[in-house]
Ligand binder design. Structure first.
Ligand SMILES: [Zn+2]
Length: 394
């Protein structure tokens, strides 16, 4: 114990001497963290907040570094029935480092505030299972991103193995919240290509940008971009094939946007506290969208058994999500009136149910569960069979 205390004092003196900007939770804000330092912080948080964190690696980089994902949630090790899954992915491009530092701050902030009893953070950990991949490209600042590198393969498998609801991928080089689709319809650059969930994606992007004073008013590092309240459709900005946000939307339930956090990809360390100040509220509010829209269960009306892989359909939106293993689903939707139903193989489709989705706030999702009846006739009783034979005889 004495040794621990001495070590603590020495570390404190060293930290105080070498940095100037702490946040209120003693987080070192004005420093770039390399792989070893990042790993140390993640293990530190894991130790301090053991009850609400789970640290695991989803694979290795080309150079054998771990792709650490820290999960923050009450009961962090498993998907809980009815609890939505959220993810942040940072540093996919090795030289875009602001997102990596912001996510390291966020992890420490959530842990510290949870321990302090911050009611919003407690509610977030109670109602959302948050996954944070601080660095998707731990090999370093120069490593370029190539499709199907082991990092990409690991992330694709991760996306497909967890029922993620909402996500953001953090980049740098501009300052904007970019939403699908990224690829244009006709291969042209600068052509708006909205997804079937365009309204909801705009709402998600605005949730981030409007809580970020710098992003909200910014029109683009290139003045010709003319971003609208800090948001842009991906294809209208510049067309990208095989982008991560399109993959999430087309291959899974997850709605992902791409965040560009500043014109400078690798800002000086003393500028980093500014980025945290601008993005802290956005990062938290954006997580809360995971609990917005409509949620519920799909079950067999007779047995009460959950019906996984059922489709949740919204009238007029040509995109569905599917229920998870416990028959649970989350359908994030921008505020408004919708008709929604469940469709399951071998069951009669449920009737559409009208729902008014309110403005998003933590836990605002409307609950609608569907109880479906099998469409194969029930096995007839002997009496019914005999009666039907009599009718056939006549
Ligand atoms: Zn990037």
């Amino acid at each position: 114990m004495i040794y621990c205390n001495i070590a603590f004092v020495i570390i404190s003196i060293w930290v105080c001497a070498s940095v100037t900007a702490f946040s209120e939770d003693g987080i070192v804000l004005d420093k770039h963290h390399d792989y070893e330092e990042m790993t140390t912080i993640l293990h530190d948080v894991k130790r301090k907040c053991a009850d609400i964190t789970h640290l695991h690696s989803i694979g290795e980089s080309v150079q054998g570094k771990e792709l650490w994902v820290i999960i923050i949630s009450e009961n962090p090790t498993v998907h809980e029935k009815g609890k939505p899954e959220f993810k942040y992915v940072g540093n996919m491009h090795g030289n875009e480092v602001v997102g990596r530092e912001l996510l390291l701050n966020l992890v420490q902030y959530l842990c510290a505030e949870y321990l302090k009893g911050n009611s919003t953070v407690r509610e977030i950990t109670r109602s959302i299972r948050t996954h944070i991949l601080v660095s998707m490209n731990p090999d370093g600042y120069e490593a370029a991103y190539k499709l199907l590198e082991p990092e990409t393969q690991s992330v694709l498998e991760w996306i497909m193995s967890t029922p993620f609801v909402v996500s953001a991928n953090l980049h740098g080089g501009d300052l904007v919240a970019n939403y699908p689709f990224d690829n244009s319809c006709h291969g042209n650059n600068r052509e708006y290509h909205g997804s079937p969930d365009d309204r909801t994606f705009q709402y998600l992007a605005l949730t981030y940008s409007q809580n970020n004073p710098a992003m909200d008013t910014f029109t683009g590092c290139d003045l010709a971009d003319g971003f609208d309240h800090g948001t842009t459709n991906g294809a209208e900005w510049y067309s990208v094939r095989g982008g991560m946000q399109d993959f999430n939307y087309l291959a899974s339930n997850c709605m992902e946007i791409t965040l560009e956090l500043g014109c400078v990809k690798f800002p000086a360390a003393h500028k980093l506290p500014y980025y945290w100040k601008m993005n802290k509220e956005s990062l938290l509010r954006y997580m809360e969208t995971t609990t917005c829209g409509v949620k519920g269960f799909v079950k067999d009306a007779d047995s009460g058994e959950p019906l996984p892989y059922s489709r949740i359909e919204v009238q007029g939106i040509d995109h569905y999500v599917v229920t998870a293993a416990d028959g649970d689903y989350w359908r994030v939707l921008a505020p408004g009136n919708y008709n929604i139903r469940a469709v399951s193989e071998g069951y009669k489709p449920a009737a559409y149910q009208a729902v008014l989705v309110p403005e998003c706030s933590l836990g605002s999702a409307m609950s609608i569960s569907f109880f479906l009846r099998k469409n194969v006739p029930q096995e007839s009783s002997l009496e019914e069979i005999l009666r039907s034979l009599e009718v056939a005889d006549e």
